[in-house]
Design a protein around this ligand. Structure first.
Ligand code: IMP
Length: 428
């Protein structure tokens, strides 16, 4: 393993945090390549809880270098707060172990307002965003009016770009939404200060990663969100505005695709989603509630209850394909304990047609009827299992059947939230 990418194969919240933490320990550099503080996971180490939103999980190991790549959008206030909170808990963060791309785009207070107003304006068709200003920031990036880290430390550039943007945004706020304007002076002052504080961490991270890779250092790219939230490959328009798929690591980290050696796809033993949008295997019944309560399926960033359903292999196979996954990690297998029957969706019925490739059109997705294969469940507590053979026979059969249907083997099986509650099936 020299360059590895971790991707979520569902709608995010696959339990990537634990897998990332495990692989980060075996890496030298850990990189975030997309998204912003819409993401979030909690890592528990020596009884201390660490909440991470923007900083890669490698930060909890003092000898790892963490990189926030050009594809990430940074809300400086949240980042500085996260740095402070981690430092208060004794985590080392300095320019040696945290590097931030000078090309990363910045989230401004007007992006948060736009996120809120655009969602309100959509009414019942709202996306259910995290309201962190992520979409509006990426929108400015593609509109070519975005403000980047390198602009933040150049007072004249920041003043000029910010002035133009605020004038434009205020016109929309006032004329379309009848809202109060945002204040240039206040934002300029705050962001100039953020720039000064973040300057020591700033660099050309693409060049840095290239040099690290040339030296043979182990680099881990940690994807936030999941494949089905990808702007191109997700359930558009119910998606986030970035590219969580493995290819996103190349663009959002600034490394050539030929440098990626391995892609670890993380999938939960069932499916969850937060926010709106199609969900063919959703369960709005007792089993859905069972999964939510047993799996503690509530959002880390927003606290929202997650929608729950059976495992969907049409979706997983699609996600495996678009990211070129080389090994799989199965998480939260223990949540299924106690179910007498476990269902796996293997195909969809759309009208009279049976399909096994994930459809692009929202209309097709909304009319998908899942076709299930049923397997017998188990009642034994599996959290103590440390090898495959420790699993009850029905759990073993379930795992083997998934491998057979997906066509790729599991490298890791997680049977509980803590670090030790893991079955390793290969070396990394
Ligand atoms: P946004 O990323 O805040 O624009 O939200 C767009 C969609 O992505 C919404 O459905 C969110 O619930 C979802 N989303 C964003 N980040 C995460 C995440 O980390 N986990 C799960 N869903 C997410």
């Amino acid at each position: 393993m020299s360059v590895t990418v971790i991707v979520g194969l569902q709608w995010g919240d696959e339990g990537k945090g634990k897998i990332t933490d495990y692989l980060a320990e075996r890496s030298e550099v850990v990189v975030r390549y997309q998204g912003g503080n819409n993401a979030g996971h909690t890592v528990v180490k020596n009884g201390i809880w660490y909440k991470l939103h923007l900083i890669p999980s490698g930060v909890l190991y003092p000898d790892k270098i963490c990189v926030i790549g050009n594809g990430v959008v940074i809300y400086p206030r949240a980042l500085l707060e996260e740095i402070e909170e981690l430092k208060e808990k004794g985590v080392k963060i300095d320019q040696e172990n945290l590097k931030i791309s000078d090309r990363a785009h910045i989230v401004f207070p007007y992006h948060l307002i736009e996120d809120e107003l655009e969602e309100e304006g959509k009414g019942v068709e709202e996306i259910g965003t995290t309201k962190r200003g992520i979409g509006p920031c990426y929108k400015d990036k593609s509109e070519r009016i975005g403000i980047r880290m390198c602009d933040l430390v150049r007072e004249d550039v920041l003043r000029e770009k910010l002035k133009k943007n605020i004038e434009k945004k205020n016109k929309v706020f006032k004329n379309i939404y009848g809202k109060e304007s945002v204040d240039f002076d206040e934002i300029f002052k705050d962001y100039k200060e953020y720039g000064e504080k973040l300057k020591p961490y700033m660099m050309d991270t693409s060049l840095f990663l290239y040099e690290m890779a040339k030296k043979g250092k182990k680099i881990l790219f940690e994807g936030a969100q999941g494949t089905l939230l990808d702007l191109d490959f997700g359930t558009y328009p119910y998606v986030t505005a970035s590219h969580p798929v493995a290819g996103g690591a190349s663009i959002g980290g600034g490394i050539g695709p030929t440098m990626i050696d391995e892609v670890v796809g993380v999938m939960k033993a069932y499916t969850t989603r937060v926010g709106q949008g199609p969900f063919p295997t959703e369960l709005k019944d007792d089993i859905g509630n069972f999964l939510r309560e047993r799996g503690y399926e509530y959002g880390t960033t927003t606290g929202r209850a997650r929608r729950c359903g059976w495992l969907d292999l049409v979706m997983i196979k699609y996600a495996v394909r678009v990211s070129g996954v080389t090994t799989l990690a199965l998480t939260k297998l223990d949540t299924l304990t106690g179910l007498s029957t476990i269902k796996i969706c293997t195909k969809y019925k759309i009208g009279e047609e049976i399909v096994d490739n994930f459809p692009g059109s929202l209309e097709d997705l909304n009319h998908c009827e899942p076709i299930y294969e049923e397997m017998e469940g188990w009642n034994e507590d599996i959290r103590g299992a440390r090898s495959f053979d420790d699993l009850p026979l029905n759990a073993q059969k379930y795992v083997r059947r998934l491998e057979e249907l997906i066509g790729i083997e599991f490298g890791i099986i997680s049977v509980g939230p803590s670090r030790e509650e893991t079955i390793m099936l290969r070396n990394f």
